[in-house]
Ligand binder design. Structure first.
Ligand SMILES: *[C@@H]1O[C@H](CO)[C@@H](O)[C@H](O)[C@H]1NC(C)=O
Ligand SMILES: *[C@@H]1O[C@H](CO)[C@@H](O)[C@H](O)[C@H]1NC(C)=O
Ligand SMILES: *[C@@H]1O[C@H](CO)[C@@H](O)[C@H](O)[C@H]1NC(C)=O
Ligand SMILES: *[C@@H]1O[C@H](CO)[C@@H](O)[C@H](O)[C@H]1NC(C)=O
Ligand SMILES: *[C@@H]1O[C@H](CO)[C@@H](O)[C@H](O)[C@H]1NC(C)=O
Ligand SMILES: *[C@@H]1O[C@H](CO)[C@@H](O)[C@H](O)[C@H]1NC(C)=O
Length: 579
């Protein structure tokens, strides 16, 4: 069978398999009819090879075999294999409204013979500052409007929308920056609108993150390849070990599956059943690897410096000078769901809009604020960054060694004198970390259910970047269960402080884009904000805090941005008295 497959050369799949310490790549040519069989064979063979070559890495696996699922021959079985269990009528309605609210304008249907020539080219596109109501004069409190005109690589104006643009207004000299909002006119032109919040210089920056054609590829990948990041679990009993592939949705094969759907939250999770061992023998969870399957022309849509995260130039001036606020000037009316920016930088410090005064917290002020508090942090590595920051900054906060993995936790730090306890735990699957024991896999909702809460309790969570490869519905359901738990927590203990970190833009390579593009993050972020809008929770707007800052976009923002976030968290936890 393998011989027959390898001689029908049709397409090339890159399979990248990563373990804690090594990566292996294999490029195989396969006939598309047998793609899935080959895929699993390759994964299987690689795992087998890796394990045999490095016994020290896998010394606990005395007898390791990997399950190769047999693919069902029914083509129908593959269509929509990532459909979820039905929801209650209310939840289904909410899901429907959320999906509507993030519907992307004009996702183009990619022609079979897509040509780069016809796609959005930042080098041929321009933006222009409009004179506005003040006829070219702007005051603090006004809005600045910019029109962006997109063209393709041949310089022809685009006539459809859907490009993903990010905009900011900034002044390096003043340490100032604010994110703007983009409106897609669906005809190749876009408006960017900025709130003018400081006096003096203000420079417009427009970035094309992805062309509309690139967005179409990302959209296609989510519906066709929600398993492009896959996971693995080790099963062990006595001297027998087996490893199988796991995911939120597994392609149906004749290989039976183990159903690890969480009984309390209903979160789906499946692994192919090992041949010899029972489903109960699963002992760990890890990221398995990544399957890249896009065409060469599609790859050209994701070129750093060409058409991915590239600045668009101004057709005229890119800068304005903002005059002092006019007296008696009426504020602009707010007409969108999200009313203007959530804050801005000035002299390097974040100023929140909408009521909270952000104070600067030095080390002793942070200790003072945390005194007698328990801080529970849950989520991905962007939440762990906050744990690490506090741990490094506060000399009296000492980490207690729980012999757990650095990545997944649980981590715990104590300050006995001040009675401070800070804890971190990663969110459950689909977490892409290495080797987490199944006994340490906890869903955030279930963890929150176990917290009594109260004035000394702070719950902090952030969950986003590991959900990018799945349909948005998977994320919506995760948030529905977390929100249910947060609601109940705030009902039983209204004094509990709950802080939610949003997603943020990051540096993009081809791999990072396909597995975690800002486009995926943006959509999930909108869902998160909408779903928690009605609750008494505080949002750390990491999206705008990274976008507005002069430092480069990064999955793990640099220390000055983390400091600004910690100041904001502390300002929520310990608001100024009398203020
Ligand atoms: C790669 O993607 C194409 C187009 O979606 C699909 O037909 C093919 O089966 C995929 N190959 C693999 C190995 O998943
Ligand atoms: C591994 O298991 C297989 C099948 O049960 C058996 O034939 C083989 O001898 C075992 N190998 C070791 C090293 O235990
Ligand atoms: C790209 O543009 C050229 C010239 O306008 C046109 O002939 C061609 O059909 C277009 N190709 C696609 C794939 O749209
Ligand atoms: C695109 O649409 C906007 C808003 O309707 C309009 O102001 C603009 O003139 C249009 N541009 C083109 C090139 O048609
Ligand atoms: C998995 O288990 C859950 C919970 O018991 C159940 O609701 C669901 O139907 C099962 N899914 C499959 C595909 O068997
Ligand atoms: C820290 O800030 C507080 C005010 O919040 C101030 O009273 C104190 O002197 C500062 N401590 C140091 C070491 O700078």
């Amino acid at each position: 069978m393998i011989e027959r497959l390898t001689c029908h050369v049709m397409s090339c799949a890159m399979v990248q398999l990563s373990t804690k310490t090594m990566r292996a790549r294999a490029c195989i040519r396969i006939k598309s009819d047998y793609r899935t069989v080959v895929l699993f064979l390759v994964v299987a063979v690689l795992i087998l090879v890796l394990r045999n070559k490095t016994p020290c890495q896998f010394q606990h696996e005395v007898n390791s075999t990997i399950i190769v699922p047999r693919v069902s021959t029914d083509p129908e079985a593959h269509r929509g294999f990532c459909t979820l269990q039905p929801l209650s009528a209310n939840d289904a309605l909410e899901e429907h409204l959320l999906l509507d609210s993030i519907a992307w304008p004009e996702i183009p249907l990619l022609p079979a013979l897509l040509s780069l020539e016809n796609t959005s080219d930042p080098a041929h596109s321009t933006f222009t500052i409009l004179p506005g109501r003040g006829g070219g004069q702007w005051h603090v409190g006004d809005q600045l409007e910019v029109i962006i005109k997109m063209s393709d690589f041949q310089g022809r104006p685009k006539t459809s929308g859907g490009d993903f643009l990010l905009v900011r207004l900034h002044s390096q000299k003043l340490g100032a920056g604010v994110a703007g909002q983009v409106v897609d006119h669906l005809n190749g032109s876009y408006s960017a609108v900025f709130s003018l919040l400081w006096e003096g210089d203000a420079q417009v920056e427009v970035t094309l993150v992805h062309s509309s054609e690139a967005v179409a590829v990302l959209n296609r990948l989510t519906s066709e390849q929600p398993d492009r990041i896959y996971f693995a679990s080790l099963f062990r009993s006595g001297s027998i070990s087996e490893t199988t592939i796991c995911n939120t949705c597994l392609r149906p094969t004749q290989q039976p599956q183990c159903n690890y759907t969480d009984l309390r939250t209903g979160e789906p999770w499946f692994c192919y059943k090992p041949n010899k061992l029972s489903c109960d023998a699963r002992i760990d969870h890890a990221k398995g690897g990544y399957i890249q399957n896009i065409t060469d022309i599609e790859k050209k849509l994701f070129q750093s410096g060409v058409n991915m995260k590239v600045y668009i130039r101004a057709s005229g001036p890119a800068k304005v000078t903002v005059l002092p606020k006019k007296t008696g000037h009426s504020e602009m009316k707010c007409n969108s769901v999200k009313c203007g920016p959530s804050g801005y930088y000035y002299q390097g410090a974040w100023r929140a809009l909408g009521g909270t005064t952000v104070q600067q917290f030095n080390i002793s002020a942070i200790s003072q604020c945390l005194k007698r508090k328990v801080v529970h942090m849950y989520g991905d590595s962007t939440i762990r960054q906050w744990f690490e920051y506090l741990n490094a900054a506060l000399p009296d906060l000492k980490e207690f060694d729980l012999h757990s993995s650095r990545q997944g936790g649980p981590l715990m730090a104590l300050d006995n004198a001040n009675n401070i306890l800070v804890k971190f735990r990663c969110h459950a699957p689909p977490i892409r970390f290495a080797n987490i024991p199944t006994s340490e896999l906890r869903y955030i909702a279930n963890e929150i259910d176990g917290i009594p809460g109260g004035y000394n309790t702070v719950v902090v969570f952030g969950i986003w970047s590991h959900f990018s490869t799945f349909p948005v519905e998977v994320y919506i359901r995760r948030l529905q269960s977390i929100r249910r738990a947060v609601k109940q927590l705030l009902e039983r203990a209204p004094g509990t402080v709950v802080i939610i970190r949003t997603a943020n833009p990051k540096a993009l390579t081809l791999y990072e884009t396909i597995t975690n593009s800002d486009w995926y993050s943006l959509q999930r972020d909108k869902v998160l904000r909408t779903m928690f809008k009605e609750l008494n929770v505080h949002i750390i707007d990491a999206w705008e805090m990274v976008l507005a800052h002069h430092l480069p976009h990064s999955l793990h923002p640099q220390p000055p941005i983390i400091k600004a976030m910690i100041d904001l968290i502390m300002s929520y936890m310990c608001p100024q008295k009398g203020g």
